[in-house]
Design a binder for this molecule. Structure first.
Ligand SMILES: NC(=O)c1ccc[n+]([C@@H]2O[C@H](COP(=O)([O-])OP(=O)(O)OC[C@H]3O[C@@H](n4cnc5c(N)ncnc54)[C@H](OP(=O)(O)O)[C@@H]3O)[C@@H](O)[C@H]2O)c1
Length: 232
């Protein structure tokens, strides 16, 4: 059976790196992974981890791809030996933390250029072929922060490998349904309890114990957040 060709952006660290390893070392050996990096000089940790995990030869390749540069995206696409990408993972992104008034002038524009315009550039490069073939899957790493205005607990990230594998095979856009159905009901708690304590308690139950979030009123009262900012 032909392997699924997966191209992932932003593989120098974090989710991109670990997803690339997870797929390249998958026991089914059903994935060929193109792990792309903005700067190939940063590919050392990926290859060290690939060696440690015993990724089979030919399961993983690295390509240079900077999502801010359309030419670099086109060049990466041209180097996909199979001539097609079955699964495109738009993962490259930059975070922005801290109080708004502390951001430097270019900070917001630069985040939008990578996270939003960069994702669009990558989609523009790969979608036409998927449409022509009437086949393909696109996964975009976003943030629950976009829905909740709140950072998820780190454990969500640690669970990420399994979540991606599920999304990769799911007939529907699973993560969107998951976040909408499970987390949006919790929003009400943010208004009902301005301290944020009940919201955090309910969120903790959902994230760590996989309990239903459908009735947020079930959430037990919680200690107010230590930092006073509501961060988990
Ligand atoms: N971890 C979380 O809990 C979390 C939560 C919400 C959203 N996310 C999103 O998930 C994605 C991955 O996050 P992460 O936690 O794994 O962060 P990370 O370790 O910082 O990884 C981000 C990756 O994006 C790459 N990148 C940045 N600018 C790029 C560009 N112009 N072109 C190509 N690649 C670029 C980085 O490469 P360089 O090393 O070269 O900069 C890095 O490989 C991001 O889109 C992030 O916004 C993560």
């Amino acid at each position: 059976m032909a392997r699924s060709v997966v191209l992932i952006t932003g593989c120098s660290s974090g989710i991109g790196l670990h997803l690339a390893l997870r797929l390249a070392s998958h026991p089914s050996q059903s994935f060929k992974v193109y792990a792309t990096l903005r700067d190939l000089e940063d590919q050392g940790p990926l290859w060290e981890a690939a060696q440690a995990q015993g990724c089979p030869s030919g399961s993983l390749e690295t390509l240079q791809l900077d999502v801010r540069d359309s030419e670099s995206i086109r060049a990466a696409r041209a180097r996909v030996a199979e001539g097609r990408v079955d699964v495109l993972v738009c993962n490259a992104g930059r975070g922005m933390m801290g109080p708004l008034e502390a951001y430097e002038d270019h900070a917001v524009g630069s985040v939008l250029d990578v996270n939003v315009a960069g994702t669009v550039r990558v989609l523009q490069a790969f979608l036409p072929d998927m449409k022509r073939r009437r086949s393909g899957r696109v996964l975009v790493t976003g943030s629950m922060g976009g829905l909740m205005g709140e950072r998820p607990a780190e454990r969500v990230q640690l669970a990420g490998g399994g979540v991606f594998l599920t999304a990769l095979h799911d007939p529907q856009p699973a993560l969107r349904y998951y976040t909408t159905e499970r987390f949006l009901p919790l929003l009400r708690l943010r208004f009902d309890d301005p301290s944020g304590g009940r919201y955090l308690a309910a969120m903790r139950r959902v994230v760590f114990q996989e309990e239903s979030a459908e009735d947020p009123d079930d959430a037990p009262p919680a200690e107010p957040p230590a930092a006073g900012l509501g961060a988990p």
